[in-house]
Design a protein around this ligand. Structure first.
Ligand SMILES: [Zn+2]
Length: 221
């Protein structure tokens, strides 16, 4: 009886967290302890300097830290022209807007593995990963976005379940007003700028940027 009540409470708090998250609210609100299902308090723990969700019943401190969003810039080159693969999002937030293939890094994988996995899942694309190209801090939504350059090995891509459509774009064709996230448009602009330098004998750089934008624009899927 006790056990089922605890499980029910845990499940209820989990469902609530998912519901809150799906509204694109970035703060990961917590009401019940995931260890013992008692209500948590939002307080500064001893010897700490900021408020955390703390369970005064079992003593658990529920730390929350930034999430990594990893993606790729899949490129196809023919006749001296390059095209970049973009995915039209089939999910919220930013349903119907275009993005580079990217998503939350999973446990037990490297950043390289995450970039390849997301590219396969969202675009069904076979890529050879190239060096890391951009790192964008998005502190307001507690995220760090990383994008790797990538070479498409073929054009046998296909929209995954999170994409409505997958297509190749030359620079002049990029739907700049319909890009899902600022981190993606920044990365694309940096990429085409660097590519022009490469055409003239230069090299691709590694770019870092801090982005301060509204919450609504920031959450990737
Ligand atoms: Zn607890």
């Amino acid at each position: 009886m006790m056990r089922s009540a605890t499980l029910a409470a845990t499940r209820a708090s989990f469902v609530m967290l998912l519901a809150i998250r799906s509204t694109a609210t970035i703060l990961f609100f917590m009401k019940y302890c995931s260890e013992c299902a008692h209500p948590v308090s939002f307080i500064v723990p001893p010897d700490d300097n900021r408020p955390r969700y703390v369970c005064t019943h079992c003593g658990a401190i529920h730390y929350q830290n930034p999430k990594m969003v990893i993606g790729s810039i899949p490129v196809w080159e023919s006749d001296g022209h390059i095209s970049v693969l973009l995915c039209k999002r089939a999910i919220e937030p930013r349903h119907g807007y275009w993005t580079l293939p990217a998503g939350f890094m999973e446990n037990n994988e490297t950043t390289e593995q995450a970039a390849i996995r997301e590219t396969v899942e969202e675009a069904g694309a076979n890529i050879a990963l190239q060096p890391l190209f951009s790192l964008l801090n998005v502190p307001q939504v507690h995220q760090v976005h990383l994008f790797y350059r990538a070479t498409l090995l073929d054009l046998d891509y296909m929209a995954g379940t999170e994409s409505l459509e997958v297509a190749m774009f030359r620079e002049s064709e990029i739907p700049w007003h319909d890009i899902a996230f600022p981190t993606v448009s920044h990365t694309l602009k940096l990429f085409f700028s660097d590519h022009e330098k490469v055409r003239r004998g230069g090299t691709y750089g590694f770019h870092t940027q801090d982005i301060m934008k509204s919450l609504r624009q920031m959450e990737p899927g």
